[in-house]
Design a protein around this ligand. Sequence first.
Ligand SMILES: C[S@@+](CC[C@H](N)C(=O)[O-])C[C@H]1O[C@@H](n2cnc3c(N)ncnc32)[C@H](O)[C@@H]1O
Length: 237
Amino acid sequence: MTGHVVLSDAARELFGETLPVAQRYAELLADVGVTRGLIGPREVPRLWERHLMNCAVVEELIPQGADVIDIGSGAGLPGVVLGILRPDLSVTLLEPLLRRTVFLQECVDLLELDNVTVVRGRAEEVQKKLKADFVTARAVAPLPKLIGWALPLLRKGGSLLALKGERAEAELEAARQDLSKQRPNTADVIRVGSGKVDPATTVVRVTVTTDLEAGSKGAPSKSQRAPGGRKKRGRKR
Ligand SMILES: C[S@@+](CC[C@H](N)C(=O)[O-])C[C@H]1O[C@@H](n2cnc3c(N)ncnc32)[C@H](O)[C@@H]1O
């Protein structure tokens, strides 16, 4: 459990009134998240700094009311954190592995995240069914592969936000050729959360500048939701 963790002022400030929900999520990660092998036991002491806060600061790149698809959510990073912190967002957690979608759905239910939907699937297989303003991904795939998965999921003006390490600039340069074969786009590397997390979170942002193909739609259908998945409603507090 994370009961012994003394939270930093930065964590309190970052999560504000959503802190109790974030604390409950951290407890779930440290408890069943570890026993079910979704997160390593060595991550428990650094859950806040390295995982929750590192993901939370990405919210400053996402405007009010946006739809977000989190590719390869795993145990919910960054998707669950964004859903907790930003009830205005509509977040879809996209994850192929059943064991993980079961855990994600339990988190959504226990934390009462009515703005978060769990979808079991692979990014490359949902391109005709899901569309969003933002796609997030952390520790999922090398940039060229991620670009190929994410860009077809984005509406015009939407962005892939790929949380990357210190080599982000080099990764982006190496992926320029792959980017040139995709829908027209602009790409840059930005660091977010300076003064809140150390080091700041490095994000490769790729923004598409053309329209969607015809026939795509926003929200997942009922059949795409994980077992027990609920429709979006106003967030209960
Ligand atoms: C290393 S984990 C990272 C999980 C989480 N994003 C994090 O930062 O802790 C990678 C996740 O990507 C998922 N994944 C792998 N291939 C995928 C695909 N094609 N589409 C969607 N998710 C995928 C895996 O099942 C796994 O849960």
